[in-house]
Structure formats: structure tokens, C-alpha cells
Write a protein that binds this ligand. Structure first.
Ligand code: FES
Length: 149
């Protein structure tokens, strides 16, 4: 999605909040969904404008989220409520003894809601792609179905 379209969408998203500052987490969530889990550095000033916050505050929140999610080094399975109820916890446990997907050989880490609950259970692979996991018998084997964001 083009940057200008993302900005338009963010403006519409923020308009639904009584205070623009309250929209920050939703804005970051949407941006991560559109940008493979990343908040583009080129958009930090746009986020600050949309949410009527200082740029430094936006950078702090993004940095804290990045550290907390540790988004780049391990595959992560969502254990937000919807994914949890659709097997997220079972996938996490299965991955500790057996690779869930052949290309993801390490034990998976848990992730908070990845923002695609409609596709539960959802995972973010080590390369950053978001996928829907599809059970094959049990969760010790699964297939990954990419979806467009
Ligand atoms: S609960 Fe998993 S994507 Fe939202």
C-alpha cells in the first residue's frame, strides 16, 4: 500500500477517536499490519501529526514495542484470545518438541494479537511474513497460508 494511502487511512482511523492521542496504539497496530510488522521510520512524523503527539514520544513507543515483540529473530505464533482459542497455545507447545513448519526449525515464541484475528490462528514467520496456520492432523505439522494485508 502506498504511503499516501496509508496516511489517508490513518487520518480516518484517528477521526474515530475522541482524542487523537488515544489512537496511537491503533495507528501503530495498523501500520505494522500494512508493513510486515514494522513501523516505517519515514512515517513517524505522520503518526505524530495524526495523533497530535511529539515525534520523540512516537519513537519511544515504537522502540518499546519493537523490543517487546522482538519481531525479527524468531517465528512467533499469536496467543491473543482468538488465536489462543483456535490453537495458538497448542502450536506453541508443539513447536517446543517438533518444528511446526519445515522452514521454521526453532521453537516458536508467543506474540500478542497480530491484528488479524479473522484468520486465527495467525503467526509471523522469521522472515516477517504473516500467515494463517492450517492444522494437518495435529499441530506438530501445519501448513502456512499467506494472506494479503
Ligand atoms: S488474536 Fe491472534 S491475530 Fe488477533
Amino acid at each position: 500500500m502506498e504511503r499516501s494511502e496509508q496516511i489517508q487511512r490513518l487520518d480516518r482511523l484517528v477521526a474515530g477517536f475522541s482524542k487523537p492521542q488515544s489512537a496511537l496504539l491503533e495507528v501503530l497496530h495498523a501500520l505494522r499490519a500494512w508493513n510486515r510488522g514494522q513501523v516505517p521510520d519515514t512515517m513517524v512524523e505522520d503518526i505524530a501529526r495524526c495523533c497530535d503527539l511529539p515525534v520523540t514520544r512516537v519513537r519511544q513507543v515504537v522502540a518499546v514495542q519493537d523490543r517487546a515483540a522482538d519481531l525479527t529473530d524468531r517465528p512467533r505464533v499469536c496467543v491473543g484470545l482468538t488465536c489462543y482459542l483456535h490453537g495458538g497455545r497448542d502450536i506453541l507447545e508443539a513447536s517446543s518438541t517438533h518444528p511446526v513448519l519445515p522452514r521454521e526449525q526453532v521453537a516458536w515464541a508467543p506474540s500478542p494479537c497480530l491484528g488479524h484475528c479473522y484468520a486465527a490462528p495467525v503467526a509471523r514467520l522469521a522472515d516477517g511474513r504473516l500467515v494463517q496456520l492450517v492444522r494437518q492432523g495435529d499441530w506438530s505439522q501445519a501448513s502456512a497460508k499467506p494472506f494479503a494485508v
